[in-house]
Design a protein around this ligand. Structure first.
Ligand SMILES: [Zn+2]
Length: 306
């Protein structure tokens, strides 16, 4: 496919007056591909314990905080363009948002991006597709993000993957072309409960229900004798579950090596999580209806593909 050239406009500056190709604006000169990888449910300290070397080559790991404690609202927030925040003190929210949106100039390699350019939709795929001429794609692992949900808006393609835990299958299907820069959202499930690698036999996955599971005595009368707290967690098994999440990060690091090999050099990559996960702290497990710092604490790294 030939490279389409826009008429007029300054290099690196979006120009809404440019001609269109295939119904889309032409790409601004120098525009980078953008790949946002969301490792579902991944805690910050599971990442640091795994010490993933390929991911370390992307940039400096930061500890950040998600705006939401579970998958759907968190992905909506990410697709607004607002990435997990750094929780700065003595800063007005509106100032922080403004600075975060301005970061897209560097991410996309396009000068002059600011919050008001995202208006009125305040939706990253809409902005990328209609203002900048990107092709926009999502591959998701979690059924709660399926293509019928409201966040499937202004994507050229949007797929719920056949398996919930196979990032490698996503890497195989990435496509880039010369005519338009691409945006990909990849929602990755290996780090989500049950923290299973794609080659693991589902019959060997851990179970969270039943008396031999992590959750115990859920179907029993709570403490009929009135003495002592009933046992809810098996902390040994919960520690093992976090070990499985750490192992998932180590495995995914090898998939990131394949991803980085496949991406064109002018691609900006963001890797983060949509929320954390509780492994027994203060008697919580998982994520969602939980108000606890660990459910918001997430890893964040970004940079040009190494
Ligand atoms: Zn999630």
């Amino acid at each position: 496919m030939g490279v389409l050239r826009r008429r007029g406009g300054q290099a690196g500056t979006p120009d809404a007056s440019s001609g269109e190709a295939g119904g889309l604006p032409l790409r601004p000169a120098g525009a980078r591909n953008l790949v946002m990888v969301v490792l579902d449910s991944l805690r910050y300290d599971s990442w640091t314990e795994a010490e993933p070397s390929t991911l370390a080559s992307l940039g400096q790991l930061e500890r950040r905080w998600s705006y939401a404690s579970w998958t759907a609202p968190s992905h909506y927030n990410l697709l607004m363009g607002l990435l997990p925040h750094s929780s700065p003190a003595e800063v007005f929210a509106s100032e922080y948002y403004k600075r975060d949106f301005a970061r897209y100039s560097e991410r996309l390699g396009i000068e002059g991006i600011e919050f008001r350019k995202f208006l009125p939709s305040i939706f990253l795929p809409t902005f990328l597709r209609h203002t900048l001429g990107y092709s926009t794609h999502a591959m998701v692992s979690m059924p709660v993000l399926n293509p019928h949900t409201a966040i499937n808006r202004d994507f050229d393609s949007y797929r719920l993957m056949p398996r919930h835990n196979d990032m490698a299958a996503m890497v195989d299907e990435l496509e880039f072309d010369d005519a338009h820069p691409s945006f990909y959202l990849l929602n990755v499930g290996e780090t989500h409960y049950p923290y299973a690698l794609p080659d693991e036999d589902p019959s060997r996955w851990p179970r969270i229900s039943g008396v031999h599971g992590v959750f115990r005595h859920l179907d029993e009368d709570p403490d009929p004798e009135g003495g002592g707290a009933r046992e809810f967690f098996d902390q040994v098994q919960l520690t093992e579950l976090q070990g499985r999440q750490v192992r998932a990060v180590s495995y995914l690091d090898s998939v990131f090596a394949r991803l980085f090999d496949r991406l064109p050099s002018n691609t900006w990559v963001i890797v983060t999580s949509d929320h954390g996960e509780l492994f027994g702290e203060d008697r919580y497990f998982g994520h969602g209806p939980i108000s606890h710092p660990k459910v918001l604490e997430v890893p964040f790294v970004e940079g040009l593909v190494p």
